[in-house]
Design a protein around this ligand. Structure first.
Ligand SMILES: C[S@@+](CC[C@H](N)C(=O)[O-])C[C@H]1O[C@@H](n2cnc3c(N)ncnc32)[C@H](O)[C@@H]1O
Length: 273
């Protein structure tokens, strides 16, 4: 939307590489959310992809590709941000993994038609005002029978909207206690602002128009990020670990109320042969 290439360069600049793909000790909400996301996608890739050539579009730090490379996928990572690619490369090197890194725009990729078995993007499509263009291009570079997969965090009501009230209250109290009265009354939002309001049905429509069959769309992530402090985060993560089976069931269910409660969209489908 109004997030530019320069914004992404600034976002990734100066970030240092990670030693692990995610913290498997699961000490925060984010650790648990990554565990669920990575394991779910891996299961789906193993089940539905016709082969191991994976393209990650808008790769950022390349977390998903690193996880899949560890499990035998041959990864190509594409991003238009040089800083994102620098970080992704460093992250691969830190784990002694190899991949191909390509700088380019997802709307005009230089790959030939039908090059990949799986094409994935995470946290990227919601930044486009027109989602059909990038989806068409992602499907173009897929082999017939190949798997399209994406998740996005849309601009909509979810349990995170309620949790942001708690985050705002915590921020207000902290600012007042520290005497920063001017900062105290600012709303705190966990998710990026200004992203697309496209609904799950809009994504399904675009995926089908791009030539995908068996399109499956779900609203996922039933627990929000909270501002609890280090100790609170640990306790919350312990609770989330116990809720993992329920979290996974939520992610798989097509129940319509999930679209009001879940934070993210997950969509996948197979390119018609
Ligand atoms: C929120 S980050 C997601 C990073 C990563 N996929 C993840 O889930 O952690 C979105 C990424 O998409 C990239 N991006 C946005 N628009 C793009 C475009 N038109 N072509 C290529 N990359 C793009 C940005 O540079 C950024 O690195």
């Amino acid at each position: 939307m109004n997030t530019t290439q320069q914004d992404w360069e600034r976002f990734w600049k100066g970030r240092i590489h990670e030693q692990a793909i995610f913290n498997e000790d699961l000490e925060t909400w984010s650790d648990v959310a990554w565990k669920v996301g990575l394991e779910d996608w891996h299961r789906l890739f193993e089940k539905l992809s016709p082969g191991k050539d994976l393209l990650e579009c808008g790769c950022g730090s390349g977390k998903v590709s690193r996880y899949m490379a560890r499990r035998g996928f041959r990864c190509t990572l594409l991003d238009y941000s040089e800083e994102a690619l620098r970080l992704a490369r460093a992250n691969f090197e830190a784990l002694a993994l190899t991949a191909e890194f390509v700088r380019g725009d997802v709307k005009r990729m230089l790959f030939p038609d039908g090059r990949f078995d799986v094409v994935y993007s995470g946290g990227m499509l919601e930044f486009f005002a027109d989602i059909q263009g990038p989806i068409d291009e992602m499907v173009r570079v897929l082999k017939p029978g190949g798997l399209f997969s994406a998740n996005m965090v849309p601009n909509k009501f979810s349990c995170q909207t309620l949790a942001d009230m708690e985050r705002t209250l915590a921020h207000t109290v902290k600012s007042l206690v520290c005497g920063k009265v001017r900062d105290a009354f600012v709303a705190v939002k966990h998710l990026p602002q200004g992203v697309s309001r496209a609904s799950l049905r809009d994504y399904v429509r675009c995926c089908e128009a791009a030539g995908l069959a068996s399109v499956t769309a779900r609203c996922v992530t039933p627990f929000p990020a909270l501002a609890l402090g280090k100790q609170g985060d640990r306790l919350y993560a312990r609770f989330l670990r116990r809720m993992l089976p329920w979290w996974r069931r939520f992610n798989e269910s097509p129940s319509p109320w999930h679209e009001s409660w879940g934070i993210a969209y997950r969509i996948y489908g197979v390119k018609r042969g």
